[in-house]
Design a protein around this ligand. Structure first.
Ligand code: SIN
Length: 327
């Protein structure tokens, strides 16, 4: 799998760099403790097998605490590396909890023609059978694979695309799913079995220059039994510029919440709809009376939130903050 071109491994923290007091402890650990040189050193022969590796420690956090500043630095750095001829691909070590958001964010911004492989672990590095070393090795294998490209998520031998991937299980090693779509590929004994085409997209690199500014405030509200309207004006009063409604079933919203959202939309709030179901795509039909809030078909609420952040960032960049803030 070796090549003259290098793979750059960027570490951001997560359970893959986590440390527990006991090797049998899978839950009471601290994420984001070990630096990337420790993680690579735990994989015998990786540097020989993988060819040139460049290691960078960009952050050291539990991904539940992922923030705009870290995402901005990550996107900038990945963009720089993708532009280097000597770089074949990038591997990012990341916590599992918000991995799908980072993967989608990088896909939406960069739509890379080289592989950008995000990987992780469900057990800390100190566990008796830690999964991080194999996942990291698999991620490098994917980044080295001829023709692989796009933002990819690698966990437990499966390779997922940025639009479909989501964390489906809080504990199992095989924690990620691509739902109906299924994985893009499997890594089997160091080789890739490719099932579907690599991800395509339209890069929005013009937004890179805007990432250092304060990000638009976008909240997620969930439609549920007994949903009420009160949180919509409260969020708007707190400065929300956009809202994603996690809708029931095939995109329906509780009447009370829908009324509040429609009123706020008329005042200039940007509202988008996403399905609350973990799998599938909202199916638009002729009988849909209300195309009330535009949907991003097939994207989960957290990814639609990221999409709307980028959408608003683009409008703010071209129109000026005030015009987007309240319509
Ligand atoms: C995190 O997301 O950083 C902690 C949990 C994990 O990586 O599994």
């Amino acid at each position: 799998m070796s090549s003259n071109r290098k793979i750059v491994v960027i570490a951001t923290g997560g359970t893959i760099a986590g440390v527990a007091d006991s090797p049998t402890d899978h839950t009471g650990y601290l994420a984001g403790q070990l630096d990337i040189s420790h993680l690579v050193a735990a994989i015998p022969g990786l540097t020989q097998a993988a060819g040139a590796l460049q290691l960078e420690q960009l952050a050291q956090l539990d991904s539940k605490d992922m923030d705009a500043a870290t995402l901005a630095r990550l996107a900038q750095r990945v963009a720089e590396l993708l532009d280097e001829e000597a770089v074949q691909g990038v591997v990012i070590t990341h916590g599992t909890d918000t991995l799908e958001e980072t993967a989608y964010f990088l896909h939406a911004l960069l739509a890379p023609a080289k592989p950008v492989v995000v990987t992780c672990a469900m057990r800390p590095a100190t566990a008796l059978s830690a999964d991080g070393p194999q996942n990291l090795l698999d991620a490098v294998t994917v980044a080295r694979h001829p023709g692989s490209k796009g933002v990819l998520a690698v966990c437990a031998g499966a390779v997922h695309g940025p639009l479909d991937v989501y964390k489906a299980h809080p504990y199992r090693l095989d924690a990620f799913s691509s739902g109906d779509a299924g994985p893009l590929a499997f890594v089997e004994a160091g080789r890739l079995r490719v099932l579907r085409a690599w991800p395509e997209g339209h890069a929005q690199r013009q937004l890179l220059a805007l990432l250092a500014r304060p990000w638009p405030k976008v909240a997620i509200v969930t439609s549920h039994a007994e949903a009420t309207a009160w949180m919509v004006p409260a969020l708007v009063a707190a400065g929300a510029q956009g809202m994603v409604v996690a809708a029931t079933g095939n995109g329906t919203v509780h009447a009370a919440l829908e009324k509040a959202l429609l009123e706020a939309q008329q005042q200039g709030l940007q509202v988008r709809r996403a399905g609350r179901c973990a799998q599938g795509v909202l199916v638009e039909g002729a009988s849909d009376a209300v195309p009330f809030f535009a949907a991003y078909p097939g994207l989960s609420p957290v990814k639609v939130r990221m999409a709307l952040v980028l959408e608003l960032m683009g409008s703010i960049g071209s129109l000026g903050q005030a015009s987007v803030a309240r319509g």
